[in-house]
Design a protein around this ligand. Structure first.
Ligand code: IPM
Ligand code: MN
Length: 370
């Protein structure tokens, strides 16, 4: 039997409720596929911060770096000033563990959950590769004359050739793998040259951010030309990207973008796939400790009521197994989620599912045993 050590940070708000269900489903998958996940629970988040005044001890970062994967519930507490936990825990882990990819699949499992008119599951199936260590998130910048009428606030976007290139390479590889030789089925099929089977879209703002996205664009074409001739290259400005997400989401296959744009477009992506109840992501260091999370946050107003949707956390668990190389178990979880969302769940929104949080976990775990 294969076993994996997994660090679990249930975190704040509804985090522990959804993580409990994710673990229930992971263990059911473990039983079926003969895997053992050994969980180590870490008490991190707002409650601990309020108690100890320390968000994340250095020794814990060191310990976490030794796990192949971390499962995270949610970070965010109504009594802690915005920024402290985000920067002190979530962003610090992303940076220090060099999780330089934030991978966010956007996949519609049932037409009933899509707010877009006439879009089917086959129209909404793409992945956003968000750069996760640079851009506007590094904390570079500062104030001048703070608190005076002449105050200046500068927030700089950091884009290194190395950081951009490793992100692009990951995205190209993913595009290549995803289609696995299938002709890409987007509307632009007629544009495809024979033999070019998958598509990577660079989402940027080359018309205004003429330094940052100049570097991105040059690196994009250089890497693509040199090593990924089989992947069709496409470009969209970020504002147009949000428009296409609503109008023609079927145009996308894999999208690569910087940290800030990736943050923004993936919230829109989450909405077109049915909302925060189902949206999961992975903070990936391809060679190190990667961290998987539902992207919805701690939802304080639903905490403790058993009404939050655990499917996003369950899907985060699925992504984690996939990352660990347990593709069959990951596929089985996805199939179970699809079955339960299609056949049982009334709505993906908290409180409207027609089931409690733990009942949804039970349904998915049962579907896995079939
Ligand atoms: C996300 C979140 C974080 C981000 C916040 C909580 C710092 O919005 O994971 O998308 O901006 O990356
Ligand atoms: Mn976000």
């Amino acid at each position: 039997m294969k076993s994996y050590p997994i660090a679990v940070i249930a975190g704040d708000g509804t985090g522990p409720e959804v993580i409990r269900e994710a673990i229930k489903v992971l263990d059911a998958a473990g039983q079926r596929f003969n895997l053992k996940l050994n969980y180590s629970h870490y008490d991190l988040g707002g409650a601990r911060y309020l108690r100890t005044k320390e968000a994340l001890p250095d020794s814990v970062v060191e310990e976490l770096s030794r796990f192949p994967a971390i499962l995270l519930g949610a970070i965010g507490h109504p009594e802690v000033k915005p920024g402290i936990l985000e920067k002190g825990i979530l962003l610090r882990l992303r940076f220090e563990l060099e999780q330089y990819i934030n991978l966010r699949p956007v996949k519609l499992y049932d037409q009933r959950f899509c707010p877009l008119k006439d879009k089917q599951p086959e129209d909404i199936d793409f992945v956003v590769v968000r750069e996760n260590n640079e851009g506007l998130y590094t904390g570079s910048g500062g104030f001048v004359f703070k608190g005076t009428a002449n105050e200046i606030a500068i927030q700089e976007s950091v884009n290194t050739r190395r950081g951009v290139e490793r992100c692009l390479r990951f995205a190209f590889e993913l595009a290549r793998q995803r289609r696995g030789g299938q002709p890409w089925r987007g509307l632009k099929t007629e544009d495809l040259d024979a033999g070019k089977k998958s598509q990577l879209t660079l989402c940027g703002k080359t018309n205004v951010l003429t330094f940052a996205f100049d570097l991105w664009e040059r690196a994009f074409h250089a890497v693509g030309q040199k090593d990924f001739e089989d992947v069709r290259r496409d470009y969209a400005h970020v504002d147009a990207t949000t428009m296409w997400f609503v109008k023609n989401p079927e145009w996308f296959d894999v999208i690569v973008t910087d940290n800030m744009f990736g943050d923004i477009i993936t919230d829109l992506g989450a909405m077109i796939q049915g909302g925060m109840g189902i949206a999961a992501g992975g903070n990936i260091n391809p060679e190190g400790a990667s961290m998987f999370e539902p992207i919805g946050g701690s939802a304080p107003k639903y905490t403790g009521q058993g009404v939050i949707n655990p499917l996003a956390a369950i899907c985060a668990g699925q992504m984690m197994l996939d990352f660990l190389g347990e593709h069959k178990a990951a596929q089985a979880i996805e199939a179970a989620v699809v079955k339960v969302t299609r056949e049982k769940i009334k709505s993906l929104a908290a409180g409207k599912m027609g089931y409690t949080t733990s009942q949804v976990g039970d349904l998915v775990a049962q579907a896995l045993q079939l």
